[in-house]
Write a protein that binds this ligand. Structure first.
Ligand code: C5P
Length: 240
């Protein structure tokens, strides 16, 4: 895992949850050199598409494209093929799309990376959304609890060739217990000591999350809502 990043601060990806391209670009510029990259999700991509992505990528910041694909295998493979020219560093799919969908996504990313001459992105699976609790699973006719289903889906993702999964800080040891500690874990719900949790219910500090085994820390509001985002990012980087 250590060889993935030159320095500890490269593990930090800042979630730019905005529809405003110029704001995203200026945040990315101000964070460059301090943290490893930025995350663009559905909100940004639905508003600005690949042109918005390219504007942010032009800053030179590595990008985690968090679109959480979930569809039939052929459609997900096509969506992966469509975004590969953008050369994201990390991208996400839902594990609940099933084994064939996951395999097709991983294979397509590898094939296109070779064809386009770009690095193969990490394909990372969402197991269960952390917004779901045990009663939601029951409502959706899913047998089991979040703590029994999450490690099973993580092992399935690993068997299907995914690089890792997204999980909450409190699930790190549960998932690594099932997959082994080389499986990459992308972890949101990170809050520096003393900062506001906002709507995140189960949080951990950046230092503790890396110590527990997180590969990538996704941090949004503690950086983007700070009066000086670059200084906030520097302080978090220094805490690692
Ligand atoms: O602002 P904050 O640090 O809470 O942002 C966390 C980011 O990680 C947001 O983009 C959010 O959508 C994302 N995320 C999350 N929990 C998950 C998956 C993704 O908070 N389970």
């Amino acid at each position: 895992m250590k060889e993935d990043f030159k320095q500890a601060s490269d593990r930090i990806f800042c979630a730019l949850d905005t529809t405003d391209t110029s704001h995203a670009v200026s945040l990315a510029q101000s964070l460059k050199g301090t943290i490893g990259g930025v995350k663009l999700g559905l909100e940004f991509y639905c508003a600005n598409g690949s042109d918005g992505f390219k504007a942010v990528a032009d800053t030179g910041m590595p990008i985690f494209l968090d679109l959480k694909f979930h569809d039939i295998p052929n459609t997900v493979a096509g969506a992966v093929r469509a975004v590969m020219p953008l050369a994201p560093k990390i991208m996400t799919i839902h594990t609940q799309g099933g084994p064939e969908m996951m395999r097709r996504a991983a294979d397509e990313a590898a094939d296109q990376a070779a064809k386009l001459g770009v690095p193969r992105p990490w394909i990372v699976g969402v197991t269960l959304l952390t917004s779901l609790d045990d009663s939601d699973l029951k409502a959706c006719s899913v047998n089991g609890t979040t703590s029994s289903v999450v490690p099973k889906l993580a092992v399935l993702a690993q068997q299907c060739g995914l690089d890792g999964v997204v999980c909450s800080p409190k699930e790190i040891s549960l998932v690594h217990g099932a997959t082994g500690s080389d499986f990459k874990l992308v972890v949101p719900g990170i809050r520096p000591a003393g900062s506001a949790a906002g709507d995140q219910k189960r949080v951990m500090t950046p230092f503790d999350a890396v110590a527990a085994g997180a590969s990538v820390l996704v941090i949004g509001r503690p950086i983007t809502q700070a009066s000086d985002p670059a200084a906030a990012a520097k302080a978090i980087a220094a805490s690692l």
